[in-house]
Write a protein that binds this ligand. Structure first.
Ligand code: B12
Length: 161
């Protein structure tokens, strides 16, 4: 197994078990070795959170385990963020984004912000548990601002409509 494969495997396992310092250290080591930030994200960190979800569904994991895994992932995202979101000078458009009312999942939304900023958009982040009025106010505050509503759960779908 190459060191890069070991790092991917280590990132998967340590995120799954919520070992934030190890996730941070491996992310830094991977980057120092020249690994692509998107590779770290999509081949190690996101698959690990998917496994967290599967274990939660089976009843092997509970909310605290989900929470510490999410925190470990957030630590890596803080390091990866500036590398993924290298913004251009002039914004190509504007988004106002938030996780919809009733939902506090924000990792996917935060990733979306990074990708949009990386693609040159200006992004106003409304945070989590955002009521519809805030989306409306945000998207009418400046011309040509598109709303982007995030939810990782099914229960806020009615409010989303
Ligand atoms: C981490 C996690 C948590 C953490 C969240 C921490 C945080 N800061 O976000 C904590 C522990 C707090 C949590 C709490 C709960 N959770 Co939770 N959680 C998860 C878990 C394991 C991972 C979610 C995640 O971040 N995935 C990684 C990201 C990168 O992926 P993503 O969200 O899909 O985002 C991608 C795309 O969807 C897209 N995207 C995301 N947002 C947006 C927005 C726009 C505009 C666009 C274009 C694209 C886009 O881009 C992203 C990148 O590819 C999932 C399981 C799973 N399989 O996803 C359960 C899961 C979402 N949780 C679930 C549940 C039930 C809960 C709780 C109710 C548990 C409880 N009993 O309290 C609470 C909810 C509280 C609330 N009111 O919201 C269920 C939801 C089921 C459902 N029917 O909706 C899931 C599916 C687990 C399961 N299999 O049962 N959770």
């Amino acid at each position: 197994m190459s060191r890069e494969e070991e790092i991917r495997a280590g990132l998967f396992d340590h995120t799954l078990n919520g070992h934030a310092p190890e996730v941070k250290a491996l992310t830094e080591e991977g980057l120092a070795l020249g690994m692509d930030p998107m590779d770290i994200l999509f081949k190690a960190l996101i698959p690990s959170l998917e496994e967290v979800g599967r274990r939660f569904e089976k009843g092997d994991f509970f909310v605290p385990e989900m929470l510490i895994a999410a925190r470990a992932m957030q630590g890596a995202l803080t390091i990866l963020r500036p590398l993924i979101a290298e913004t251009g000078a002039q914004p190509v458009g504007r988004y106002v984004i938030g996780t919809v009312k009733g939902d506090i999942h924000d990792i996917g939304k935060n990733l979306c912000v990074i990708m949009l900023e990386g693609a040159g958009f200006e992004v106003f982040d409304l945070g989590v548990n955002t009521p519809p009025e805030k989306f409306v106010a945000g998207s009418t505050s400046k011309p040509s601002t598109r709303p982007a509503c995030a939810t990782r759960s099914t229960w806020p779908w009615a409010a989303l409509r």
